[in-house]
Design a protein around this ligand. Structure first.
Ligand code: FAD
Length: 291
């Protein structure tokens, strides 16, 4: 039997007042689906810290959905990160997505701050010392590009769980076979934390192609073919994008997946349509149930 899934939605902090107004409209549209949480990213190099904080605090105070604040190790000392986390905990924000982060675009390779956390596993351990947070971490069905091999990537993931993380949100992928292999390998290595696939509805195919090269996500030919010739036709592209994501999620559901993390890119329509097609209806799920 295929059940209605639990979902969570990811947003990035808006760059302008207009974009912020738009983001609240997007969130209002998605609230009735009762997601487990709304997560808010932390810009590359820690660049959006204040905006991330503002959005997270507003979700917490104004919406019935719990926020999850992304936090990276970049550009801050351990003490600064601990203080920030303590302030969040005191303000009632109890869920953190703990990440290493990437160096700013002009720096070629990640280099830890000498007084900072050296990676996500160290950050998780630090957060555990601050308070009893719910902590999600990143997982990579196609391996993180910095990892020498799949086994090393899995060891790194295991360290994050052993340090106290409670959920894995994956990098987006389009070929489910990578996810199934990753899930089997994680289970074989003793990882029992929920593994939640990251789903990226494709709003802009050429940007997705470019970004996928950087994060080593495979874009299958069968998907590329569907967008060919639609460069100037965003309406049809959106319909195609919805059908691709629906097909992907339906296959995952049939194969035992019961929660999805959507990269919304601060847009509601595609994500809402996909959730609807998967059987979700306004207020059908309980927001209080974590994925
Ligand atoms: P880690 O798990 O710490 O490490 C990733 C890889 O780095 C490891 O597999 C390993 O190869 C290498 N590594 C780590 N520690 C060591 C070590 N001690 N020695 C040698 N190699 C090591 N980025 C942002 O900037 N802001 C965000 O809000 C954000 N949100 C994200 C949300 C999700 C769900 C995902 C999947 C990614 C997100 N990212 C975000 C991207 C993420 O920061 C990058 O993928 C980053 O390169 C790795 O972060 P991590 O937490 O996976 O790192």
């Amino acid at each position: 039997m295929v059940l209605t899934p639990k979902v969570s939605f990811e947003f990035f902090p808006p760059h302008s007042a207009e974009a912020e107004t738009q983001l609240w409209k997007v969130m209002e549209k998605l609230v009735p689906l009762s997601p487990s949480f709304f997560s808010v990213t932390y810009g590359a190099g820690g660049s959006t810290r204040n905006r991330t904080e503002r959005v997270v605090e507003r979700i917490h105070s104004a919406l019935p959905i719990p926020p999850a604040a992304h936090l990276t190790c970049i550009g801050a000392t351990r003490k600064e990160i601990d203080n920030l986390a303590k302030n969040w905990w005191d303000a009632g924000i109890q869920h953190i997505v703990a990440l290493r982060g990437d160096s700013p675009f002009d720096s070629p390779k990640f280099a830890p701050n000498p007084n900072g956390y050296e990676n996500a596993a160290a950050l998780v351990a630090g957060l555990r010392r601050v308070a009893d947070f719910e902590i999600s971490v990143a997982g990579y069905p196609e391996k993180h590009p910095d990892s020498p091999n799949v086994a090393a990537d899995l060891d790194n993931l295991k360290r994050k769980i052993d340090a106290g993380a409670t959920r894995i949100l994956t990098q987006y992928f389009f070929d489910n076979s990578y996810f199934y292999r990753f899930r089997d390998a994680a289970a074989a290595s003793g990882i029992t934390a929920p593994l939640v696939p990251g789903i990226l509805p494709i709003t802009n195919f050429s940007k997705v192609l470019e970004f996928s090269k950087k994060c080593a996500t495979t874009v299958p030919d069968r998907i590329a073919k569907q967008f060919r010739g639609l460069e100037d036709d965003s309406e049809t592209r959106n319909l195609i994008a919805a059908s691709i994501a629906i097909e992907q999620c339906e296959d995952l559901l049939k194969n035992g997946v019961c929660a999805f993390h959507f990269y919304t890119l601060n847009r509601a329509a595609l994500t809402y349509a996909i959730c609807w097609r998967l059987g979700m209806r306004p207020s059908l799920n309980s927001a209080a149930d974590a994925a």
